[in-house]
Design a protein around this ligand. Structure first.
Ligand code: NOJ
Ligand code: MG
Length: 591
């Protein structure tokens, strides 16, 4: 199993309830880079080390011009909110010119802003304002493929002798007796059907991992690398703090175009399940990533590369960091911990431990929600305790040793609103895959801000591109801000604690009560000795925990509650028995 295969599997299986696996520069750089460590001291951690990065899906965050679609000026309007939440950076899903077949992941110009989202001047304004709010801006960068409307592809598909023909992956394919053009091999698109599409002008087929409107670039051609690196420099020069690299494990393909081994059975799109050894995770990918890292390292300010890295096992993430050399991505996403539906203490204990021991000391990046997955509220929720479970998920994300990704709406408990009628579906895979695969609209509905109008304050236009979820009257930023016990304020408190605690930012992790299959308990111990205890009851029954602190080398005699959900936990002696209520989350200082 490997990334992209798992990517599709995760979607299909969450639907089936059987999931198997699956960026201120200028002023800011001055302050970030200011302190020179004393001679002999370890350099300070880079800004992203324990950062909270907030993913913005721009179509659905805030509409400022009343067209029913979010935009860059809308994001600028909401920077005060993001600062109050405490996030260090925002990652903005693609906002470049695009035919919007895959809602921006099909880019036709890498050095401009799509008019639906605004102008380059709006982007520069957003960047400058974000800096004033101490928020960095990270852009999404799609290196694997372009739009079929990109000038490179238009030229490439017009003539075999075009200088850009070799920017993409072409095959003569095969022809049957009736003269039909057949694909050269069994490679399938993640979005359904053969991954090969015939282009009449060149009488060849091109390869596309995703939609046929998203032709894969040929990264074996050095001019592709030059062109894409130039596009990244365009944004780095403007002052973005880094990139989230889309589908990064899919850059190269097997030059011999060999058939992928069959795994048996078919996926939600009706295609054979394949072991993608020739289209995913090819060794040559890493040479490209090392050159990319060297390029971004020529910029000041610890520019960051986040990777969309779906892998089957924690150890498979290590090469994406560059192993012991640490010279590739700073933060490939660890999608194993949080993109599953099993709320099992043992499973989290194992995966978090692996992330400490199998990554050459690199920093994990945990993620529970994004614009491609059923929201964690629904994946982990049991229908009765979703609010408590969401607090456990937030505590896990924000108190374990990692950088953290939050997806818009996750902090208020937005729910997944999957369309119930195929005629309402906007995401193409939900149309072709209906009813097995209903697409990703459910996790992309507009951000719920307030009760000022029926669009939850997202837009003045009653015709929003996706409908606003009906629960917005209760689930929204304004209402939850006023409620001290809300999920939103739970996130605020957790992020504030994370910022103020050396143990949470920097501390090592000591797993406690290791044989407890219901409660995940760990201590975070700062180099200076500050120690915090985190205990999360992942069951619907009260559970007693036995800490055994002394035996694990964690020092302290008293536990003083810092945060607890749902109810208070009284201060207690460190060796006393503590019973946590169903789905309780407890964070205490060890004194
Ligand atoms: C991953 C992105 O998150 C997803 O939304 C997109 O459809 C594919 N990559 C293709 O770019
Ligand atoms: Mg590719």
């Amino acid at each position: 199993m490997h990334m992209l295969g798992e990517w599709s599997t995760v979607r299909a299986c969450t639907r089936l309830r059987q999931l198997l696996l699956f960026t201120w520069l200028g002023a800011c750089f001055g302050s970030c880079a200011a302190a020179t460590p004393p001679a002999g001291a370890a350099p300070p951690d880079p800004w992203w080390h324990d950062a909270v990065v907030y993913e913005i899906y721009p179509r659905s965050f805030q509409d400022s011009d009343g067209d029913g679609i979010g935009d860059l000026n809308g994001i600028t309007q909401r920077l005060g909110y993001l600062e109050s939440l405490g996030v260090d950076a925002i990652w903005i899903a693609p906002c470049y010119p695009s035919p919007q077949v895959d809602f921006g992941y099909d880019i036709s110009n890498y050095e401009a802003i799509d008019p639906v989202y605004g102008t380059l001047a709006d982007f520069d304004h957003l960047l400058a304002e974000a800096g004033r709010h101490h928020i960095r801006v990270i852009l999404d960068m799609v290196l694997n493929h372009t739009s079929d409307q990109h000038p490179w592809f238009i030229e490439a598909a017009s003539s075999r002798s075009s200088p850009r023909h070799d920017f993409y992956l072409w095959s003569d394919g095969r022809t049957d007796a009736a003269g039909h053009h057949l694909p050269p091999n069994n490679w399938v698109s993640l979005f359904g059907g053969s991954a090969w599409q015939y282009a009449p002008a060149v009488n060849q087929l091109y390869y596309h991992k995703f939609y046929r409107q998203q032709p894969d670039l040929n990264w074996r051609n050095p001019k592709v690398e030059q062109g894409m690196f130039a596009a990244m420099r365009f944004w780095l020069d403007r002052g973005v703090a880094g990139f989230r690299l889309d589908a990064i494990t899919a850059l190269l393909e097997d030059p011999q175009l060999r058939d992928e081994p069959l795994l048996g059975g078919t996926n939600a799109q009706g295609d054979p399940n394949l072991r993608e050894i020739y289209t995913h995770n090819l060794p040559g990918d890493h040479e490209i990533i090392r050159r990319l890292r060297a390029m971004i390292d020529t910029y000041a300010g610890d520019r960051l590369l986040i990777g969309e890295t779906y892998v089957a096992r924690t150890a498979q993430l290590d090469p994406w960091y560059g192993g012991a050399r640490h010279d590739e991505l700073q933060l490939p996403m660890d999608t194993l911990v949080g993109l599953d539906k099993r709320l099992e203490a043992g499973r989290f204990r194992r995966l978090l431990s692996e992330a400490q021991t199998e990554l050459h000391g690199s920093q994990p990046l945990l993620v529970f929600d994004n614009h491609d997955q059923v929201r964690s509220w629904d994946r982990y929720g049991d229908g009765a305790h979703n609010a408590g479970i969401a607090r456990i998920v937030a505590a896990l994300l924000l108190t374990s040793r990692n950088a953290a990704l939050l997806y818009q709406g996750e902090e208020i408990g937005q729910t997944t609103a999957t369309p119930t009628r195929v005629e309402d579906v906007r995401d193409p895979i939900g149309i072709t895959g209906w009813p097995k695969e209903k697409g990703r609209d459910g996790e992309r509905t507009p951000m719920q801000w307030d009760t000022s109008n029926a669009q939850a304050g997202f837009s003045a236009n009653p015709h929003t591109w996706l409908p606003v979820t009906a629960n917005y009257r209760a689930v929204n930023v304004q209402t939850e801000s006023a409620d001290p016990g809300s999920l939103l304020n739970w996130h605020r408190k957790l992020i504030a604690l994370r910022r103020s605690s050396a143990a949470l930012r920097d501390g090592r992790t000591v797993m406690l009560d290791r044989s407890n299959s219901h409660v995940l308990t760990y201590a975070r111990v700062a180099p200076g000795g500050e120690t915090l205890l985190v205990s999360l009851n992942m069951s619907g029954q009260p559970q007693t925990i036995s800490l055994g602190l002394a035996a694990t080398g964690v020092h302290g005699t008293r536990l003083e509650t810092l945060l607890a959900s749902p109810g208070p936990v009284a201060a207690t002696a460190a060796d006393a028995e503590v019973t946590l209520g169903p789905f309780a989350a407890w964070i205490a200082a060890v004194k």
